[in-house]
Design a protein around this ligand. Structure first.
Ligand SMILES: Cc1cc2nc3c(=O)[nH]c(=O)nc-3n(C[C@H](O)[C@H](O)[C@H](O)COP(=O)(O)OP(=O)(O)OC[C@H]3O[C@@H](n4cnc5c(N)ncnc54)[C@H](O)[C@@H]3O)c2cc1C
Length: 365
């Protein structure tokens, strides 16, 4: 039985990462849900990191959580990504005022007995140009609500016990009101249906797909708060373009740089570009951890944009150095390049997207 990891410096974290890295290629090839990886995370106590001690958690500092994410993402990006969505759900529940729901869910989430995830991007970065919300609520019986529509992106929806979702109130013509709600929806409720996960350019094993709500009657006990404008701004967890998203990008960049380091001793031409990338990665990691300590050197958006840029260039450098062999399915360099593209579309605030496009167009900001 593995030892519970109690800090980001714990050697057991390196042991877990080694086990995840050993099966990362097979996970990508199969596209199967990472059930074994998540079971291992449970054994190593990973689910304790994000939750307060009163619920059985270890309440790690944000800096320690990000250091652990860097390590896990450099070993298996899919596992790291699924963990972020699970963490987002836990934090939203923990930062709500619904103490009865906290007591019901958090101890079981900490013990790994439940899997929770989030479907909130339609309130922030997805379908925002549409006049009619894709997932709406109306007031239901006894303080509860009715949910209709779909949440377009829910990682692991087909394996979830609970999904934290956002929904928008609508006028009679279906246009959006200001009020929104956040709720923890049990997948056992009638009318909640995960659709078949979509096949993705990378991270297909994350089993991301649409979660449909067919006139779902949700009792009040599952609401994380009363209806309010801009519910994502209150509480914590699964925020857009947060430091966790940058940590995952920098972790994947580390994997590519480690591979280049292994090649460099016999290939002198790799040394100069590797050194430049390594310096950039070290500075970005330093700024990430400083921001986690509350001493930011730049804005979260700027950090994310730098992390996006670095992960694309680092993974493509590994591919260029791996040459044709790297372009063969099964070589990690090709997989890392596909996985790096994820950061162009995942939880990307508008200013980051604009900066990415300017960089790709060769326009200096
Ligand atoms: C693998 C993966 C996993 C994810 N997991 C989760 C998760 O677990 N939970 C979660 O909440 N979210 C998740 N997301 C969502 C993610 O964070 C983003 O919200 C999502 O990638 C945004 O893409 P979209 O296609 O929905 O964007 P949209 O903005 O809806 O764009 C869709 C299409 O609409 C058109 N369009 C876009 N903007 C405009 C415009 N202004 N005017 C006219 N047309 C426009 C374009 O043709 C575009 O292709 C995930 C995304 C991915 C790819």
């Amino acid at each position: 039985m593995p030892r519970v990891i109690t800090s980001a410096d714990d050697p057991a974290l390196a042991e877990l990462c080694g086990r995840l890295a050993g099966v990362a290629e097979a996970l990508d090839a199969s596209g199967d849900w990472p059930a074994e990886q998540l079971r291992l995370c449970g054994e190593y106590g990973v689910y304790e990191w994000f939750v307060g001690r009163q619920w059985g958690g270890q309440a790690w500092s944000q800096q320690d959580v990000l250091r652990a994410y860097l390590a896990i993402a450099s070993s298996c990006l899919t596992t790291a990504f699924v963990l972020t969505q699970r963490e987002g759900a836990c934090r939203r529940i923990e930062s709500s005022n619904n103490t009865a729901l906290q007591a019901k869910l958090l101890p079981r989430l900490v013990r790994g007995e439940l899997f929770a995830t989030v479907g909130i991007s339609h309130l922030t970065t997805s379908r925002r140009h549409l006049a009619r919300p894709v997932l709406s609520y109306s007031i239901g019986a006894a303080g509860g609500v009715k949910l209709s529509g779909f949440s377009p992106w829910v990682t692991g929806a087909d394996h979830a016990d609970v999904v934290v979702v956002g929904a928008t109130g609508v006028n009679d013509d279906g246009t959006a009101k200001e009020e929104q709600i956040l709720a923890a929806v049990p997948l056992t409720l009638a009318g909640v249906k995960p659709e078949t996960p979509v096949r993705l350019v990378g991270l297909s094993a994350s089993h991301t797909g649409r979660l449909a709500f067919d006139n779902v009657a949700l009792p009040e006990q599952w609401l994380l708060g009363p209806p309010a404008p801009n519910v994502m701004a209150a509480g914590k967890g699964a925020g857009t373009g947060g430091l966790g998203t940058s940590a995952l990008a920098l972790g994947l960049a580390q994997a590519a740089l480690r591979w280049l380091e292994d090649e460099a001793p016999v290939r002198a031409e790799l040394l100069e570009p590797l050194e430049a990338l390594r310096r950039e990665a070290a500075k970005a990691e330093e700024d990430l951890l400083a921001a986690a300590r509350g001493e930011p050197a730049c804005s979260n958006d700027e950090l994310r944009q730098r992390a996006n840029s670095l992960v694309l260039r680092a993974t493509q450098s590994a591919l260029a150095a791996a040459k044709g062999a790297g372009y063969v399915v099964g070589h990690p360099a090709g997989r890392w390049c596909r996985e790096a593209l994820f950061f162009l579309v995942w939880s990307c605030p508008q200013p980051v997207l604009a900066a990415n496009l300017c960089e790709l167009a060769g326009i200096l900001e």
